[in-house]
Write a protein that binds this ligand. Structure first.
Ligand SMILES: Nc1nc2c(c(=O)[nH]1)N[C@H]1C(S)=C(S)[C@@H](COP(=O)(O)O)O[C@H]1N2
Ligand SMILES: [Mo]
Length: 480
């Protein structure tokens, strides 16, 4: 009942999603890191499954209680409904109506429990028949509940954004997209341009916000002389450019895959900020998403002339819903958590001293420039090869500074310079390749990059928190 009503009351008012959202926002960092380590990008499915199991156990307890102490059982359901209401109405952007699904869901639970209790209380001589009827009714209730839940989810996933996105054509860029140089792709490395379906996805949203471009607006306000509000139609009128930019997540481990390179279509944010005319001292641009998530970007970075874009397109398509449809920010050189707000609806000029964005009170650094890093894509860790020439290849990145050199080390040998493939710009990763004359035995291969500022990637191992992992990626290879 509740999941179905949430189709009308707002997807995030569904009790599971609302309570799950509160959990996501309040889990201690240790628990969150554990969940990501164990479940990876399936952490959300794990959370929802775990919550559903707890709910089942709780309902079982309430059912047992109902047989002896009816008022207590009703109390248990009311308490459960209140938790749902409290979670739903306190979510960002929620109103009183967001509590309706939980209230109706709880009322339906009381009614169903009463009904099932009636079915269960049969005279002793009818026990076998009575049990059969009871189990049948329980089965029907369960099936209806599952069908309602699935239907509710399906209907919300086909929301305004999914529909609008289908028949949308984006304007062409004012200038043609940069041409990917021949040779940018080397054999054995991941694709130079990451297809949308393979692009990593990281966010706090249990279900992707469905934002209808027809009603979307972006408000630029705070410490500015000219507050601005623009609509989707106005945004599309602005000059559009296409740029390849490699986006990386601060949670990416050494050797990890929370990084991808795409062709973004969008309008430079610098011009819009110039029009809004920030006041002196407004050193932070807070970007806010429709679901209340925030990130803080240095104003200076957004105005220094780099290709920071309010993006509407990704690899020739409108942004996929899970990557921020209709509009997100892309800033070359900064980790996503301080720059790449998806489903963006608000930009507020403020000071770093005055506002902490979402991840800052949760232990992450307020400033998040992407660190110079490199990764071996082939051979894989634990791979087997025959003695002789072996191709070693991968990617290296130092967005907005550019990669100067990549070196490979075998065991404790000398660092050897790998061949660098060309790249579109300093804002994307660069592929590299190296031929290793492999001899039999077990060998450790290591990679390190040097950027155009002259900085060579450190061997010091650091965890992703608070501002990005460091260390050299290594793989072990058995050669026969
Ligand atoms: N609204 C919103 N935007 C967000 C986030 C989020 O949780 N909510 N996560 C950020 C983080 S941590 C990263 S790494 C990038 C990832 O973008 P992608 O999912 O398109 O790869 O989005 C950023 N934008
Ligand atoms: Mo991230």
């Amino acid at each position: 009942m509740a999941e179905l009503l949430a189709v009308f009351a707002g997807a995030r008012s569904a009790p599971l999603v609302a309570v799950g959202g509160v959990v996501v926002d309040h889990v201690p960092p240790g628990v969150k890191d554990f969940a990501i380590a164990v479940f990876g990008t399936h952490d959300k499915t794990a959370l929802l499954t775990g919550t559903a199991i707890l709910l089942g156990v709780y309902a079982f307890g309430v059912g047992l209680l109902a047989v002896r102490r009816w008022p207590l059982a009703v109390g248990g359901i009311v308490l459960f409904g209140l938790v749902g209401v409290a979670a739903a109405v306190t979510r960002p952007g929620a109103g009183i109506a967001s509590g309706i699904p939980s209230v109706v869901g709880a009322a339906a639970a009381v009614w169903v429990l009463r009904h099932l209790l009636g079915v269960a209380s049969v005279p002793d001589d009818d026990l076998v028949e009575g049990r059969r009827t009871f189990l049948k009714q329980v089965g029907i209730v369960g099936a209806v509940a599952v069908a309602g839940g699935v239907a509710g989810r399906w209907l919300t996933s086909r929301g305004a954004a999914t529909e609008a996105r289908k028949d949308l054509t984006l304007p062409a860029a004012g200038e043609p997209a940069p041409v990917v140089p021949a040779g940018a792709q080397v054999q054995g490395a991941v694709p130079y341009v990451t297809p949308n379906d393979d692009f990593y996805r990281i966010d706090t949203a249990l279900i992707s916000p469905q934002v209808d471009p027809a009603t979307w607006t972006l408000k630029i306000h705070g410490m500015v002389r000219n507050p601005i509000t623009i609509t989707w139609a106005e945004l599309l009128q602005r000059p559009m450019v296409e740029r390849y930019v490699t986006l990386a997540c601060v949670s990416n481990e050494v050797g990890g895959d929370l990084i991808g390179n795409a062709l973004w279509l969008g309008t430079p944010i610098k011009a819009l900020l110039d029009e809004a005319d920030p006041l002196p001292g407004a050193d932070q641009v807070v970007q806010r998403s429709t679901d209340g998530w925030t990130c803080g970007t240095p104003t200076a970075v957004l105005r220094d002339g780099r290709d920071a874009l309010l993006a509407v397109g990704m690899n020739g398509e409108p942004l996929p819903v899970e990557h921020g449809f209709p509009v997100r920010m892309i800033v070359p050189g900064l980790y996503g958590y301080v720059s790449a707000c998806k489903w963006i609806t608000e930009i507020e000029l403020t000071r770093f001293a005055d506002f902490d964005a979402y991840w800052v009170p949760r232990g992450w650094a307020a400033q998040g420039p992407i660190k110079t890093e490199s990764r071996i894509d082939t051979p894989r860790d634990g791979a087997k090869r025959d003695a002789g020439p072996v191709v070693v290849a991968g990617v290296a990145w130092a967005q907005h500074r550019g990669i100067a050199k990549v070196e490979v080390q075998v065991d404790d040998g000398a660092w050897e310079t790998a061949a660098l493939a060309p790249a579109v710009s300093d804002d994307t990763w660069r592929q590299w390749t190296h031929t290793w004359p492999a001899t039999s035995g077990r060998h450790v291969l290591r990679v390190r990059a040097t950027d155009l500022d002259g900085y060579t990637q450190t061997s010091d191992l650091a965890d992703p928190a608070p501002d990005g992992a460091t260390g050299w990626h290594e793989v072990t290879v058995s050669v026969s």
